[in-house]
Design a protein. Structure first.
Length: 225
């Protein structure tokens, strides 16, 4: 997952890099910032970085009046339908405008550990929603039946998870070509222990499987001798 982090680059907000960034790294989240390209105002490169991110978090601290670009970055994310979380010092008034009424976390500068717990919960939920895993569809008979219809849009592929005793809702995903077969991308994976079942339907064919583990994905090796 690619996460844009908007924050102020001075000593009062150094705790963000010291505390939040290590958490993001431990969750294997790719951090994107405009730290190395900022001027006094938001520059052309920053909106492009935000658009290429899956989501963003924006820290509104007591120094935001001195560095208003964080608000600009937050507005850019909202305007481009990028999921954005405003993280605001509880002592400050709401930013208002286009970002008002959206998801927000507040923090007490002297009780940051409470805020960090809530932030991790949000990030884990986002990570589950935006991270993808690719699967190859077998056997070869499916490939022969489905490939002629890939560009017509008539093929329907759905998947569903079973995590413990709970079954997820059904998700749709497009089918794409691989060098030696067909593949799909899956998201919203509830846990590494979850099972998945697939159904692939098209003109004159319907294939499905029961719940199976997707942890052990087969890899085909070729003889080098």
């Amino acid at each position: 997952m690619k996460l844009f982090v908007a924050f102020h680059y001075h000593n009062d907000d150094k705790w963000i890099k010291d505390l939040v960034f290590p958490i993001l790294e431990s969750l294997e989240i790719k951090v994107i910032t405009g730290e190395n390209i900022h001027g006094d105002i938001i520059v052309a490169e920053v909106p492009e970085l935000i658009k290429k991110s899956n989501c963003m978090i924006a820290f509104i601290t007591k120094s935001w009046h001195e560095h208003p670009w964080v608000r600009d970055e937050l507005i850019t994310a909202v305007a481009n339908n990028i999921p954005a979380l405003e993280i605001k010092d509880a002592s400050l008034p709401n930013v208002g405008g286009i970002v008002d009424g959206r998801q927000r976390l507040e923090f007490d500068i002297d009780k940051k550990e409470e805020f960090l717990v809530h932030l991790v919960k949000v990030l884990c939920r986002w990570k589950k929603n935006y991270e993808t895993r690719s699967l190859m569809i077998l056997p070869n008979e499916i490939i022969d039946q489905a490939r002629p219809h890939l560009r017509t849009g008539v093929i329907k592929c759905t998947y569903q998870f079973k995590d413990g005793n709970e079954e997820s809702k059904e998700y749709k995903t497009p089918v794409f070509r691989l060098p030696q077969g067909l593949g799909i991308d899956i998201k919203n994976i509830p846990s590494n222990n979850a099972l998945i079942q697939l159904r692939l339907e098209g003109p004159g064919f319907s294939w499905s499987c029961g719940y199976e583990s997707f942890i052990y994905i087969p890899i085909k090796l070729q003889n080098d001798l």
